[in-house]
Design a protein around this ligand. Structure first.
Ligand code: PMT
Length: 219
């Protein structure tokens, strides 16, 4: 039993949605509440880590002792991550980052008329993939929310981004709820967690990360 499995480590976590602005009031976003990422920040802090939490637009209080950086868009989130990723030991991507942003952004509120409004979307940078492909990456943990073929799609994401660990969850039960039922995927296989509140899930995930990191050969 290791009460502080991440003692002395620096952990960076992304949480919540991103908001991709179209005009002064409108934008593209999703239903992530930030609860899973904020629970992980608490769990990592309680496990002894120094935590940086990079949060999209959510209405949650900052966990005590956690450094929080608020961002709006995926590009803002990437910049905030890059600001101190080189000193992190662990990176956990919990954020539901928008995959696209409007190519053109309007400063003022667009006026409506009877015509079809076309909004061209350009792809956003993949923050987790960027971090995982650094020359000296931190221990990277991904999340995947899927509405079907959960384990296949999640394992594909883990392999594509070359992640040692990924937490898979169902869109229908994970987004904006107080509980979750994560399945952890690593090179050893699948590790389903029993359904519970998000903080309990987060504590189990943090324990798993601690075990995997201790098993790594010294560099
Ligand atoms: O916030 P809650 O309401 O508590 O909900 C939690 C959650 C459902 C959002 C969370 O548990 C979760 O599953 N987050 C990942 C959502 C997802 O499906 O992400 P993705 O498949 O688009 O991305 C896979 C991984 O790459 C994620 O770790 C994501 O943070 C990261 N990613 C994705 C795209 C991108 N441009 N940059 C990224 O870093």
């Amino acid at each position: 039993f290791q009460p502080k499995p991440l003692r002395g480590m620096k952990v960076m976590i992304t949480a919540g949605p991103t908001f991709e602005r179209i005009d002064a009031v409108r934008g593209i976003t999703n239903q992530s509440s930030g609860k899973m990422g904020f629970s992980l920040a608490r769990a990592a802090r309680d496990a002894g880590a120094e935590v940086t939490l990079i949060a999209g637009p959510v209405s949650l209080p900052t966990p005590y002792g956690v450094k929080r950086i608020d961002v709006e868009s995926a590009n803002d989130m990437l910049n905030a991550v890059n600001g101190s990723i080189s000193v992190q030991d662990v990176f956990i991507g919990v954020a539901a980052v928008a995959d696209y942003h409007p190519l053109q952004q309007f400063e003022h509120k667009l006026k409506k008329d009877a015509n079809i409004l076309q909004v061209d979307l350009a792809p956003n940078p993949d923050i987790l993939a960027n971090v995982a492909s650094l020359p000296r990456p931190p221990f990277c943990v991904g999340f995947a929310a899927e509405s079907q073929n959960l384990l296949d799609f999640a394992e594909q994401k883990r392999r594509k981004k070359r992640l040692p660990l990924l937490a898979a969850n169902l869109v229908q039960t994970a987004f904006n709820s107080d509980s979750n039922e994560l399945i952890l995927l690593d090179d050893k296989g699948r590790h389903p967690l029993p359904k519970s509140d998000k903080l309990s899930q987060a504590r189990l995930l943090v324990q798993h990360i601690g075990k995997m990191m201790r098993a790594e050969p010294p560099t």
